[in-house]
Design a binder for this molecule. Structure first.
Ligand SMILES: *[C@@H]1O[C@H](CO)[C@@H](O)[C@H](O)[C@H]1NC(C)=O
Ligand SMILES: *[C@@H]1O[C@H](CO)[C@@H](O)[C@H](O)[C@H]1NC(C)=O
Ligand SMILES: *[C@@H]1O[C@H](CO)[C@@H](O)[C@H](O)[C@H]1NC(C)=O
Ligand SMILES: *[C@@H]1O[C@H](CO)[C@@H](O)[C@H](O)[C@H]1NC(C)=O
Ligand SMILES: *[C@@H]1O[C@H](CO)[C@@H](O)[C@H](O)[C@H]1NC(C)=O
Length: 549
């Protein structure tokens, strides 16, 4: 039977869910409890399910991944606890190849009215959307609104682009006059000149133009409706006219996170205050790299503190440490402790974690295109250390949010900085998650550090990664046994029940699922993953919810 406190909790959650009023706020709030697995469609899974089909990452050619293949590998993604999946841009891209390959990544748009047939059909995409929603997962689509693409293959782009090939932007009036990007850091130049290069220039859409604006907004709303899309990543958002970015995010009825590839906290603040309410957290990304690959840990702590005070809502941002544009963590070093510390921070810091396919397999590709390895070559191994670590981190994150809904609104604080250790706390007093991270390698030895933590004196806490208990002493000091550079993730032992970690029972109901359920309308969202208790709980949730209508 369901305990009284569980029922109370559910009612509390539903009440809070019901309080969210504005449409866009509700959408961001719906995303905050989730975590996203970023796929690159061509490199994730093939329709034939082959795990031996070769893929020459360096050649940059299509390798055969499809939406159908993605549908068939959702267990692999859900097994890590993710409840949202992002796919590559879906529209038709240019055909043909240059010295570094072809449009396998989906970032070379040609025709907004057609799908990329390399990835599948209209029906395949509908089926992918249904497959995700029937698992209670959200569907995110990567989206290019900054530019189209044209192969000039070395000829001068200023005179060799035939604009009539683009749909619907079929003449030069829809574009900024061609100019070569001479300074990527000068925002005015970055927003009107062409990204790409002289082999594949990316003609820059004239997004100040009313017609361009309306066509893009109309297209996006149509795609979202057709495929029941729950959120967008806006590619190259830094290169889009920011006023249009605001119009687009106001005019398109969904959550979106816009790629502004800049390390300055002040730029994130400007964008979040004025143009778009979610961005991939690049300032934190750069400091993660400095901290864990270069031992410059204090920078990360400094940026955490800086973001907390200057960014309107860090929790609306997406948190990542690898993506399809950046060198993988494994390319800096093989060290497993480093890979684990990076993942712990990425998943448990403020914001919506977005983990790029292959990070769980400790892939080692450095910059583009080497970081776009075909995942099927790993045989979707679910026994890797990082695969299992991500599953645990999703569990503790869900559990903390389930116990206290404001977990996803609370800001991370730095509570300790040592020579090679950092500790952070997040969550409401008494139920906070404390992570202790190390910049030491796996070959390092064992030692103790004493740190004043945010728990009350006498609290017994469990490291959810090694399952040992620790007691906070009567002065509020926790003695942490550092060993081989391993991270530690503490949670109060008496709140472990329901986490599904360290042998504790598992409720299998997350705040995100409850939110989806209460928000779900005609999409017919169901949860097929749980059995028994989960189904029972849902029935109760549904009836309680109905009572409040
Ligand atoms: C571009 O040039 C290369 C040789 O330099 C050639 O192999 C390739 O086919 C050309 N691509 C197109 C689309 O013309
Ligand atoms: C654009 O400028 C870069 C240097 O800033 C140069 O390498 C490149 O060749 C130029 N491209 C074109 C198409 O002029
Ligand atoms: C790495 O550390 C060195 C020495 O502390 C510093 O000079 C360098 O800028 C750091 N590099 C990065 C990428 O943080
Ligand atoms: C940690 O404490 C809990 C609660 O007292 C207990 O059930 C569990 O067995 C302990 N775990 C270990 C590894 O000692
Ligand atoms: C929760 O899920 C796990 C793994 O998916 C399963 O083993 C367990 O039985 C589930 N628990 C409940 C209460 O349904």
């Amino acid at each position: 039977m369901m305990s009284r406190s569980t029922a109370g909790r559910l009612v509390g959650l539903l009440l809070i869910t019901g309080l969210i009023s504005s449409a866009s706020a509700a959408r961001t709030a719906d995303w905050k409890p989730r975590s996203i697995y970023q796929t690159m469609t061509d490199r994730f899974a093939r329709t034939d399910g082959s795990t031996t089909s070769p893929c020459n990452t360096k050649a940059g050619l299509y390798c055969g991944g499809t939406w159908r293949g993605t549908i068939d590998h959702l267990d692999y993604i859900q097994g890590m606890g993710f409840d949202a999946v992002m796919i590559s841009p879906i529209i038709e891209n240019i055909e043909g190849q240059v010295s570094y390959g072809e449009a396998y990544h989906g970032y070379w748009p040609l025709n907004f009215n057609n799908l990329n047939s390399h990835f599948g059909t209209h029906q395949d995409l509908l089926d992918l959307s249904d497959a995700l929603h029937s698992r209670g997962m959200y569907f995110m689509m990567d989206t290019v609104i900054n530019n189209m693409a044209y192969i000039t293959n070395g000829s001068d782009p200023a005179t060799h682009i035939d604009y009539s090939v683009f749909t619907p932007f079929n003449n030069a009036d829809y574009f900024h006059p061609y100019c070569n990007m001479t300074d990527w850091t000068d925002m005015a130049i970055a927003q009107k000149c062409s990204t790409g290069d002289d082999k594949v220039p990316l003609p820059d859409l004239f997004t100040e133009h009313e017609d361009v604006q309306q066509l893009l907004i109309k297209w996006a709303n149509h795609a979202i409706k057709t495929y029941s899309i729950d959120g967008l990543r806006i590619d190259a958002a830094k290169h889009v006219n920011p006023e249009f970015l605001r119009k687009f995010s106001d005019g398109v009825d969904t959550f979106m996170t816009g790629e502004v590839l800049e390390g300055a906290v002040s730029i994130m603040e400007d964008y979040q205050s004025n143009y778009i309410n979610s961005l991939p957290n690049y300032p934190i990304y750069f400091d993660i790299i400095s901290a864990f690959t270069n031992g410059s840990a204090s920078l990360l702590a400094k940026t955490v503190e800086n973001m907390r005070v200057s960014i309107p809502d860090v929790n609306a941002m997406t948190s990542f440490s690898e993506n399809h544009d950046k060198a993988r963590i494994g390319s800096y070093s093989d060290d497993m402790a480093m890979a684990k510390n990076v993942l712990v921070f990425t998943m448990l810091f403020d914001g919506i974690p977005m983990i790029y396919q292959g990070q769980e397999q400790h892939l080692k590709g450095d910059g583009v295109p080497h970081n776009r390895e075909a995942i099927w070559l790993t045989k979707y191994d679910t026994e890797t250390e990082l695969y299992k670590l991500i599953a645990k981190l999703n569990r503790i994150r869900n559990h903390a949010g389930y116990l206290g809904t404001d977990y996803f609104e609370d800001s991370t604080h730095t509570i300790f900085q040592g020579g090679s250790e950092l500790a952070f706390t997040k969550g409401i007093q008494g139920r906070q998650v404390v992570m202790v991270l190390s910049t030491q390698p796996s070959t390092s030895g064992r030692y103790d550090i004493d740190m004043t933590v945010s728990y009350n004196a006498g609290t017994v806490v469990t490291d959810v990664l090694n399952c040992n208990n620790y007691t906070v002493d009567n002065k509020g000091v926790l003695r942490v046994d550092m060993d081989k550079g391993e991270p530690r993730v503490f949670f109060p032992t008496h709140y472990m029940d329901g986490s599904g970690l360290c042998g504790y029972s598992d409720t299998n109901i997350t705040l995100a699922m409850l939110k989806t359920h209460s928000a779900s309308t005609s999409t017919g969202t169901q949860f097929t993953s749980g059995t028994g208790v989960a189904t029972f709980l849902l029935a109760v949730v549904t009836s309680i919810f109905v009572m409040f209508l």
